[in-house]
Design a protein around this ligand. Sequence first.
Ligand code: HEC
Length: 153
Amino acid sequence: MKRKLWLVMVWGLLCLPAALAEAPDPNDDLVPDQIDLDNLEKPLLGGKATDRPESSVDQRLQAFIDQGRDLFADPGLGTSGKACLACHQDPAASLGGKIQTYPKFSKVAGTVINDVHQVNLCLTKPMKGQPLNADDERMTALLAYLKSLVRPD
Ligand code: HEC
């Protein structure tokens, strides 16, 4: 009997390092994988805006907006054969300024949702696709595109 107890204790000790190693990093879900927090470029940590030419920042954002525009017209995001554009045919007129209003109460969801939830609602319900993670580059691109839309009036 004593021997069994001893064995259980040794087994427990052997498992401890594995349990510790697998402990999830609490920041895992909050910080996009591609961002290396230890090596952030200086301007992001409060450097002067002039440290980096304005145009290169704009170009990087523009690349995301362009990718988002392509995704918006891509039926491959879902499995229903419909792209976002199929329902939101005049995106600037129908969605311009909308994404900035989130979080807000959604009648469809029956609760308060944020911008990522809203895009995923459309992605999963009418488009019958997989939801995108908040840190998925494609979600960032779609949001960048939606945010770039300006109502024509
Ligand atoms: C089958 C049709 C359909 C498709 C495809 C679709 N949507 Fe929607 N979408 C809707 C409907 C219906 C609403 C709700 C309209 C409303 O409440 O004003 C909506 C609402 C939205 C809203 C919120 C508008 C607001 O007034 O707050 C956004 C943003 C949006 N869609 C983005 C997208 C994106 C991005 C995609 C592609 C990933 C997409 N939609 C695909 C039908 C669709």
